[in-house]
Design a protein around this ligand. Structure first.
Ligand code: ASP
Length: 307
């Protein structure tokens, strides 16, 4: 059996042990473990990295703890506008959706854009029409209502901060997964509700191939989380791949350089998960914490939250 690896994240930011309860921590840990297990079992059966990252991200989208799918944050207007993307590293095929309303699993629709349309990125009403044409499941606004997210929006409204100051505790809860399968193929997927209190039509890095998500069998698979405007400007995911391809850096060197030096110099907070074609992995962030986990065929299984 060839080696295989999966890594996931549930967002980065100011996640402090001092402001966490045991119950909350256990809930996060078990949701991360469940998503990791879902993806890992797919890889163990010899299925594709693409199937594994999609399934792991769907598991996190269905969990209200994370800012994607069911737990997506509220926009300034009290709506949910979700972004997602997926990419495979063998042929560099990719699909993405932006500004999506009411679609239960945006990452699943991103995969359908990749496989059933001639496009890479579809947005808003057009993407929703495309979803309907393929009988993709939709949910009502009630499904996406999470009290804690609504309270976060109300606090943001009261503080008068309209733009991108996120949740009060500055947490980016985007979810993502990267995987290497037994055939040596890499894949990455990312899904988000964006940032609390974002303006109508705002799109972050998550659905932008090369910024929030990238996969190339020659180098690595990357999924990002953080303040999207900075990740867009730094073209983070592709930059990691480029540093490996053109500068010969190792995965860890490339991730550290981009997240801890280049992003920090720009003022961009967040992190990423990445896997290379040899199964090396990196879970790198410049914030206080990042919900993260990885598991591989060699028996390594890690879930962590803080630095
Ligand atoms: N990167 C996402 C965005 O800017 C937010 C996050 O990672 O939580 O939309």
């Amino acid at each position: 059996m060839k080696n295989f690896t999966i890594a996931i994240h549930g967002g980065a930011g100011t996640i402090l042990k001092s402001s966490m309860t045991i119950e909350k921590e256990n809930a996060y840990n078990s949701a991360l473990q469940e998503a990791l297990e879902t993806g890992f079992q797919i890889l163990a059966k010899g299925r594709s990295a693409l199937d594994a990252v999609e399934a792991a991200v769907i598991s996190l989208e269905n969990c209200p703890l994370f800012n994607a799918g069911k737990g997506a944050v509220f926009t300034h207007d009290g709506k949910h506008e979700m972004d997602a993307s997926i990419m495979e590293g063998k042929h560099l095929n990719a699909g993405a959706v932006a500004g999506l309303k009411n679609v239960k699993n945006p990452v699943g629709l991103a995969r359908l854009v990749m496989e059933k349309s001639e496009h890479v990125l579809m947005s808003g009403a057009g993407a929703e029409d495309f979803a309907r044409s393929l009988n993709v499941p939709f949910e009502s606004d009630d499904y996406f209502f999470v009290q804690q997210r609504y309270d976060q929006l109300m606090e943001m409204h009261q503080s008068g901060k309209t733009a991108l100051d996120h949740t009060p505790e500055k947490k980016f809860g985007t979810v993502g997964a990267v995987a290497l399968d037994q055939n040596g193929n890499l894949a990455a997927a990312t899904s988000t509700g964006g940032m609390t209190n974002k303006k109508y039509g705002r799109v972050g890095d998550t659905p932008v191939i090369g910024a929030g998500t990238y996969a190339n069998n020659k180098t690595c698979a990357v999924s990002c989380t953080g303040h999207g405007e900075f990740f867009l400007r730094a073209v983070v995911a592709y930059d990691v791949s480029c540093l490996m391809e053109y500068k010969g850096m190792s995965l860890e060197q490339a991730c550290t350089h981009v997240v801890k030096e280049k992003l920090v110099a720009l003022g961009g907070e967040g992190g990423l998960i990445a896997i290379d074609a040899a199964g090396n992995f990196s879970l790198t962030f410049n914030s206080e914490g990042m919900y993260r986990g990885m598991r591989n065929s060699a028996g390594k299984n890690v879930i962590s939250i803080y630095t």
